[in-house]
Design a protein around this ligand. Structure first.
Ligand code: ATP
Ligand code: MN
Length: 465
């Protein structure tokens, strides 16, 4: 008999499955005994919903049944019948049970419901088996899939940018080193410095903090590309919004100006939300009921509302006149903090906001300079609860201006000479942005901590699993 997934069974018209025999396999969430009967709630990961298995005690050995405890893995053959229970239309009456793996009740940590998220982080190897993390990781899958689908359907190409790089394009200086040098016996130059010419690549190398610069090379040939890959930042900021290893999506488009870029970002966010509402509603509903009662309303609201677009300069005026007690002071030229971003989004506009035209001093060297010589064509998309979710810009496509910005920012020419060459040969206006995958997960799941939306979070001093 072929195995069927619980999702398929529950999705089917009951009339088409009632009376038929099926084989299901999964993990026992609970087993309740009444007089001559047990009820097993079985989950196989395909859906948040469990299949109720009815076990007639007369058909099975008592010692065998005792081993079917919370967490054990079983396969069950039996007949689907209409269920008298109000919450589910069908249940399975078992004829045969195979026990694949026990989960001794005195040791299995997930006996009861309602463990704290903090506790579950300490058992990251088992937390996917909870309802919460099952829902989150299914949503994560659907989100990744819908990102590829969005771009593919629009004719963008998935462009793979390198993970090992030499350049720190953001100038953040927070990179993880990659080396095969013997750390206990480092080769030194005559000046007593580490001799990286002896290293694997013959150069100092690190894990990428962004695929953007290489992504631009793709856009200036294929037209519209996107990257979707792991990104590494050794920033020692122990916040609920930063990971040392996270995933980033970076579309880069030739012949797009900053307005086209904003339009794409807004369309993209709405597409993803719509896709998730259509394809993971049950999981979202579960998270809405358990963690964030406004989640579904918020997602629907964002879907229906045009994003507010305004300049950084206008935003500063609004913040100055807000009469709020911000921790960080407000003046033209300051880098906005999360408290400022959230005031604009949650209190003032009550919808997502796209801020543009930031002072050049607080943005990266590659952003296109405005005619005022003071601001750049940057755009940050801010959403409720999370703050900045996208950072992007129109890129400087003028050779001389880009060269000047590189020099002003002391970016070493040995790291970006190839980038600059694209402005020498067939330069074209182009734009792009970066969306933090886990930041978006926070937004769509309503979870409060970025450690809870990635299977194995990497944060300072935390790498057990
Ligand atoms: P922040 O100010 O929040 O640290 P950033 O300005 O460093 O963000 P960018 O360099 O613009 O971020 O990166 C693009 C996107 O990547 C951000 O909008 C955010 O969604 C995401 N991101 C950046 N750093 C992290 C991180 N450490 N963990 C998870 N996501 C991140
Ligand atoms: Mn940062």
């Amino acid at each position: 008999m072929q195995r069927i997934k619980i999702k398929e069974l529950l999705k089917a018209d009951p009339n088409n499955v009632i009376g038929n025999d099926y084989l299901v396999k999964g993990w026992v969430r609970t087993r309740r005994e009444s007089k001559n009967i047990s009820f097993i709630a079985l989950n196989d990961g395909s859906t948040i919903n469990h299949l109720q298995i009815v076990v007639d005690h007369d058909k099975f050995n008592e010692d065998f049944l005792k081993k079917i405890t919370t967490g054990s893995a079983i396969g069950v053959k039996g007949q689907i019948v209409a269920s008298p229970a109000p919450k589910q239309p069908i249940e399975l009456h078992s004829n045969e049970i195979e026990l694949y793996g026990e989960a001794p009740a005195d040791e299995y940590p997930l006996q009861k419901k309602g463990h704290s998220l903090e506790f579950l982080r300490e058992i990251a190897h088992l937390r996917p088996r909870t309802n919460t993390f099952g829902a989150i990781f299914r949503i994560r899958h659907h989100l990744a899939y819908s990102i590829h689908k969005f771009f593919n359907d629009k004719g963008f190409y998935y462009f793979h940018t390198p993970i090992i790089t030499t350049s720190d394009c953001e100038g953040a200086g927070e990179m993880f080193r990659v080396t095969t040098l013997d750390l206990y016996n480092l080769p030194l130059t005559d000046h007593g410095k580490i001799d990286f010419s002896e290293d694997f690549f013959g150069k100092e190398t690190a894990l990428t903090v962004s695929g953007q610069l290489e992504g631009e090379l793709g856009a200036l040939a294929l037209g519209e590309i996107y990257t979707f890959g792991p990104t590494f930042r050794a920033e020692n900021s122990n916040t609920t919004r930063h990971l040392a290893e996270f995933w980033m999506i970076e579309p880069e488009m030739a012949f797009y100006d900053i307005i086209d870029n904003m339009n794409l970002a807004e369309e993209f966010i709405k597409y993803l939300i719509k896709y998730l509402l259509e394809n993971c509603y049950e999981d979202l509903e579960f998270l809405n009921n358990m963690y964030d009662k406004e989640l579904l309303d918020r997602l629907n609201h964002v879907l229906d509302t045009p994003f507010e677009r305004l300049t950084y300069t206008d935003a500063i005026e609004i913040l100055k006149n807000s009469n709020q007690n911000f921790e960080f002071p407000i003046y033209w030229g300051v880098d906005l903090q999360s408290e400022h971003e959230r005031y604009l989004v949650e209190k003032y506009f009550k919808k997502p906001v796209i801020l543009t035209d930031y002072p050049k001093e607080i943005k990266a060297f590659y952003m296109k300079l405005n005619d005022d010589d003071k601001t750049v064509k940057a755009m940050d998309v801010l959403v409720p609860r999370v703050g900045e979710i996208i950072g992007g810009s129109q890129r400087e496509d003028n050779y001389d201006k880009l060269l000047k910005r590189i020099q002003e920012n002391h970016v070493p020419m040995k790291d970006v000479w190839w980038y600059l060459e694209t402005r020498k040969f067939g330069s074209a206006p182009h734009s792009g942005f970066g969306l933090g995958f886990e930041r978006f997960m926070l937004f769509v799941t309503g979870m409060g901590n970025i450690r809870d939306v990635i299977p194995f979070p990497r944060t300072p001093k935390n790498i057990e699993f």
